[in-house]
Design a protein around this ligand. Structure first.
Ligand SMILES: Cc1ncc(COP(=O)(O)O)c(C=O)c1O
Length: 388
């Protein structure tokens, strides 16, 4: 019988230690649609495996199980159709850390890191606090879709101080899934100007009909030597709290250089539960990922439908990710006013768009990885408050 996960089933996260529901940030009467984890139970197979491991009653240092790398390699090969071998894979305690290790390994203080904006917010600080400078390549909103300004990108990459580009694909927060053509152009420019690409592909499982995720290293054989990919099953399977991710670096010399950074930060110890989760999720839970994407795609449609009669809220229709980037600039509010309106009047909490860079001023980001009933409730509240 085909395995089924019930994504309609609500789970109680309020009153647990879930950050999304922290009373200081999201009071009881507010629907949380901010931080990027899901409100779905993780797959049963994972819960069972973790319970078995907990029952052993001892939690000392684990060894580096090669099955961890095999599981990542299998997932990448089967779902994204490229020859990702276990030798390319390494543990990381989160998908952001390989970006930091890579930035430190392939650039020096004072160098520039090229970043497409708006961008996942912690990156701004991470780049600057590591003594590097940000070279912004703003994505351009044209007819409701963000496009890459390649002329500007080449300008930024050709600066001799530009050593690294942080790419995010699928892109948070714009929901773009870059096409083969776009990725080819980015990679060609990086090759030409000797810029190393750190490709954050944490949202790669969540891609909607008509779009396809192509791992950066799979676009062109030449790109294998200039990139490192970050992944984490957390967005798909709601396991961010396990703090276990991986990076994929096809060139063994580059991998060794990045590993040196990890070593220097003593960030190589694996959590026993995370190591186990990686194996169970990637080996046994493809069915969950498929159903998850189908379900969330319907949530996107529901949210979109709900916004249709609302003046001044324009959804940038996503190609991937469960994070919906909504343009509210027509209302003419400052970002403080906009956030106060959503939290205190609407009683739905999105992320403040301006934290993704000044390009996000007047935008809000809504997370729809939740049961449909939550999306419907949020839409109802938005309609009621805005139309009043
Ligand atoms: C693009 C992107 N990268 C990285 C992360 C965080 O990754 P991790 O929790 O593995 O550090 C997020 C979380 O929202 C994200 O959206």
């Amino acid at each position: 019988m085909k395995k089924q996960h019930d994504f309609d089933e609500p789970i109680v996260r309020r009153g647990t230690d879930a950050r999304k529901y922290a009373p200081s940030e999201c009071p009881n009467d507010v629907v949380p649609m901010w931080i990027a984890d899901s409100d779905f139970a993780s797959p049963r197979e994972l819960v069972d495996a973790l319970l078995e491991r907990v029952k052993q009653g001892h939690y000392g240092y684990p060894f580096n199980d090669i099955e961890f790398c095999n599981a990542v390699s299998k997932w990448q090969t089967e779902r994204f159709d490229w020859d990702c071998t276990p030798e390319m894979v390494e543990f990381a305690p989160g998908a952001v850390l390989p970006l930091v290790y890579g930035m430190r390994a392939f650039s020096s203080p004072g160098d520039k890191v090229v970043l497409q904006t708006p961008a996942y917010h912690p990156l701004f600080q991470l780049i600057e606090n590591n003594g590097r400078r940000i070279a912004r390549n703003p994505l351009v909103l044209k007819d409701g879709r963000y496009e890459i300004d390649f002329e500007d990108l080449e300008k930024k990459l050709s600066d001799p101080r530009a050593k690294v580009m942080i790419l995010c694909n699928p892109q948070n927060p714009t929901g773009r899934v870059f096409t083969r053509d776009e990725l080819q152009k980015i990679g060609d420019l990086c090759l030409k100007h000797h810029v190393f690409v750190l490709s954050d592909e944490i949202h790669s499982d969540i891609v909607y009909s008509g779009h396809k995720h192509i791992p950066f290293a799979a676009v062109d054989p030449g790109f294998r030597d200039i990139c490192c990919i970050s992944i984490n099953p957390s967005k798909t399977f709601n396991t961010a709290g396990l703090r276990t991710a991986a990076f994929i670096c096809p060139n063994q010399h580059n991998k060794a250089v990045i590993l040196e950074e990890r070593l220097n930060n003593k960030a190589f110890g694996r959590p026993i539960f995370g190591q186990l989760a990686m194996k169970v999720l990637y080996n046994e839970c493809a069915y969950y990922a498929d159903q998850f994407v189908e379900y969330v795609e319907e949530n996107v449609k529901t949210f979109h439908e709900g916004l249709k009669n609302i003046k001044g809220m324009h959804l940038i229709y996503p190609e991937g990710t469960y994070l919906l980037w909504v343009d509210c600039r027509e209302w003419g509010m400052t970002h403080e006013e906009l956030m106060r309106f959503f939290k205190e009047t609407v009683k739905v909490l999105p992320n403040d768009g301006s934290t993704f860079g000044y390009e996000g001023e007047g935008f809000a980001r809504f997370n729809v990885a939740c049961p449909r009933s939550t999306v419907l409730e949020a839409v109802k509240r938005i309609q009621k408050a805005v139309n009043a």
